[in-house]
Ligand binder design. Sequence first.
Ligand SMILES: [Zn+2]
Length: 519
Amino acid sequence: MQSKRCDIHYLVTRIINPTLNWIIVTMRSSQHVLKGRINTQYGPANLRWRDTTIWDSFSIELEVWRDDLWRYEKKESVDPELILEPLFSILSRMEAKLPDNEKKQRILSELYEMVLRIGRYLEAEEYVKKELSEVKSRAAYIKEMDENLKNTIRESQRKLSREAPIVYSSLNNSVSVPKISSRQSSIETRGIPALIIIKNSRIRRKGRLWVSNDGWVGIAIDGSSLKGIVKRSKVRICKDSNTIKVEIDKITDKDMERWNHYKNTYLAPEKLIPVNFDKNCSKKQKTKKKGIFPIIGKILGGVTSIFVGILAVLLLLLLLLSTISYIWGFVSPITLILTAPNSQDMNWVMGNPSRVYFYDIDSSCYTADKIVIDSSLNYLSKETGVKFIELPHPLALLIGGISYSCTPPKTEFAAGEAESGYGGISIFVISWNKIRIPHNFMTQEVVLHETLHAMSFGHSNDPSNIMYPTITGVSTLNSQLKNYIHTWYVKNPLAYLTIVPRNLALLVFILFILISKAS
Ligand SMILES: [Zn+2]
């Protein structure tokens, strides 16, 4: 499009600001919000509820767009598309993502009026009309993408093995990447499953491989931030019976940076790209079996006294219990997803339905905060049957219980925040649940909302539900939620498994190693 003479000062102060300032003020909620978002970039093994408001985030985007216009101030002329294209992008996403209500309609129609005024000023009315007519269809597309993303997450949680087939060819010693439409799945699920071996760090773990046709490959280790885009010549790709092995000396910071910048453009093959295997791969490594069983054998074999024997049996039992509890932690989300009531339109995510939750409250909370937390948990316990047992801080946090803090959430504009995570390797992981609610938002509503996040509940679209993302004044659980918790957290015999805190597995494992070293 042709550049137009344009006085940015006039455009911003006379045409944009009179509308936009009002809109930004309206969208900056005086009502603070609990809005959460699941951060799934670490896969199902880590989730974080970030409580921010969607209105606020769009108001920030609009503000950034406007402030960004000043960089054209010194220019003689500006292409109207440069000014307006980012705005159309924001508008399409607002159409797609904001909840349908009167407020949204009012704000959007004001914004459309503003866009028309900008178009007139820039003499780009044709372009503006055309783009405006496309906003709705772009919004529909974004909605569809969001829906697809949701399905992908659900699907990948349900069944990791239901992947597109990978075609081996023994003829030319290569494997082909199946063609997958970019709208069907996220980049993370599109790589070829492979065993990633990082020689310098002795890492041998499952991961994924992407091959680009111009000499670069992507490597990602499952459930880890070790992801990089590296030169094809720096890796050896081998086929060992039916496993594809990728060997690399190390993944550098530069490789990881490349991953962050280019993964979406680089690793989204739309065509079949053959992976050519290297020939001079190192021989099959002799894996030293350093599992639990040899350690157990060592202990039981070298039992020198009854005391050590009893200790070993007790530890075995604990290990068994905590391992079952841990595995259950991974299986239970599936039961949550499968059994969740549909009518609620609520997100049910990975978690650990349990009869008993340990909790602690850290020293940033005042007595008044403690009273609200305790009485809210009391209410939850009375209505559902789930027990909450208080431990001195940081004991509950250490064993994977819930830890309450009265410091402000990390996210701006949030009234409360719940963060749950899993970390570690193999079956020996640590898990944690941290809830942050500042003193001025310490109410039963916020405590219950965040606690239910820590108990694996997502958001509901129903404003009368306690899990509605915004503070509405509803501070009780509806009967459907109560029944659900009672059935799946209290009556469910499997929910007893998670009474053994998951982090005990880690403690027991350390004890095992210490004892086996001593004996
Ligand atoms: Zn929330």
